[in-house]
Design a protein around this ligand. Structure first.
Ligand code: ZN
Length: 69
């Protein structure tokens, strides 16, 4: 399971407040909703998501996915 924040790249702890994006953003944690965490296409520390105003910089997202075509 990928547990790195898509904004800062650090691992998101199981009990850390997190935001999972699976169609829409959900404020939760791996401990609370492990299935959602596994299904999410993007995942952020809650503080990172808030810092980005819900819209992390596109440039950072691009560099976070070097395998994308
Ligand atoms: Zn983060």
């Amino acid at each position: 399971m990928v547990r790195e924040c898509d904004w800062c790249g650090d691992v998101i702890g199981v009990y850390e407040p997190a935001v999972f994006v699976a169609g829409e953003a959900h404020e939760t944690s791996y401990a609370a909703e492990p299935e959602l965490g596994a299904a999410a296409t993007e995942r952020y520390h809650r503080s990172c998501f808030t810092a980005g105003g819900g819209q992390p910089p596109a440039a950072d997202l691009t560099t976070a996915h070097p395998s994308a075509p």
